[in-house]
Design a protein around this ligand. Structure first.
Ligand SMILES: NC(=O)c1ccc[n+]([C@@H]2O[C@H](COP(=O)([O-])OP(=O)(O)OC[C@H]3O[C@@H](n4cnc5c(N)ncnc54)[C@H](OP(=O)(O)O)[C@@H]3O)[C@@H](O)[C@H]2O)c1
Length: 324
């Protein structure tokens, strides 16, 4: 594992640097004096401060279109893979997200192996493969499998909903609870989930990079509590000083209808909401805890994660869930 250790001049590539997780990872790595290269589709989405930072190189490119990969991957030690293809306003336009994500992952492995990148660290989704697994969670697992096929050593982190300002799932929860004192929800409202604070996810992502023993391994990561979506909504209301929400459960609300409802009530577009809502039927809790042997963190409780997210929103209102 010695040659996997990070040296002062090694460069780290972030793919997905304009996203919820990628954009938060940048300052965490810079703080550790790590040199970065960002592969981005639209450089203008990055803050001008990053553009001027001498420790950051920016390459315009696209994993699906295979653009900019050679330039971006050249002499990279480790790449973070923080990418998915869901999005857009229409559910119909988004039926191909899984195909695009497969292609992106295959293009990544081919280009990474050609350039001799040593490691990839991927953040995917929790959820066991089986007939009932949603298209979104199945696609996240497929990407994990593809990334593990190359010479490059893949570290796979699997997480459920990440609690932090700007995350699509979190924003869906927040807007629904804030805007609707009375809710009619599908039966997934009582599915169990193990949410995790975004600060804990970042600590694991950085910890895996600094610990070569995590190379080539898969880890489930989660927060301190296992909750149902109903409990998450009630706790969010409590932390935010809102009255207890009245939640009715009905078997009649389909994921498609629920997605259009979320599109109407929140800034999360139906093209993201639909695959995410479909996934709510699947229990997503950690089935193994081996990450604790490699990366030690003081885990953040759900209530504390919500408190931090609310404070962040107040300081800097975000709109990470573009409806365009
Ligand atoms: N958010 C959560 O609650 C959560 C929970 C569990 C796991 N995860 C995992 O965490 C990872 C990051 O998710 P996120 O929430 O940060 O997503 P996000 O905010 O939607 O960001 C996705 C990123 O992927 C980039 N991207 C998409 N297609 C690309 C392509 N063809 N080439 C290059 N870049 C491309 C996007 O760039 P543009 O800005 O150009 O669109 C964006 O930077 C994903 O693997 C996701 O499954 C997230």
């Amino acid at each position: 594992m010695n040659d996997l250790r990070l040296m002062p001049n090694d460069k780290i590539l972030i793919i997905g640097a304009t996203g919820f997780i990628g954009s938060r990872l940048i300052p965490e790595l810079l703080e550790k004096n790590i040199k970065l290269r960002l592969l981005v589709r639209t450089p203008s989405k990055l803050s001008p401060v990053l553009m001027d930072n001498p420790h950051i190189e920016i390459v315009k490119g696209d994993l699906v279109k295979k653009e900019g990969l050679r330039e971006a991957f050249c002499r990279i030690h480790t790449a973070y893979y923080l990418v998915h293809s869901m999005g857009g306003k229409s559910i119909f336009k988004n039926t191909e997200f899984a195909q695009m994500d497969k292609l992106a992952a295959k293009n990544f492995v081919t280009a990474a192996d050609a350039e001799g990148i040593k490691r990839v660290i991927y953040l995917g989704g929790l959820g066991e493969m089986g007939k009932n697994l949603s298209g979104h969670l199945r696609s996240r697992a497929e990407v994990a499998d593809i990334l593990s096929t190359g010479k490059i050593l893949a570290t796979i982190l699997r997480a459920a909903v990440i609690i932090g300002a700007g995350g699509a799932s979190y924003e869906m929860l927040r807007y629904l609870v804030e805007r609707l004192p009375v809710m009619v929800c599908p039966k997934w409202i009582d599915t169990r989930i193990q949410p995790i604070a975004v600060c804990d996810v970042l600590a694991y992502l950085v910890g895996c990079l600094l610990n070569p023993g995590t190379a080539g391994k898969r880890f489930d990561i989660g927060g301190t509590e296992i909750l149902t979506y109903r409990q998450m909504m009630q706790q969010y209301a409590e932390v935010n000083g809102l009255c207890r929400r009245i939640i009715f459960r009905t078997p009649l609300l389909s994921p498609r209808l629920a997605a259009y409802w979320v599109d109407l009530m929140t800034p999360v577009p139906s093209g993201i909401a639909h695959p995410l809502i479909e996934g709510l039927k699947n229990e997503v809790i950690c089935l193994e805890h081996s990450i604790d042997q490699h990366v030690h963190i003081d885990k953040t409780s759900f209530a504390e994660a919500v408190r931090i997210a609310i404070a962040e929103e107040k300081k800097n209102p975000v709109s990470a869930t573009n409806k365009g």
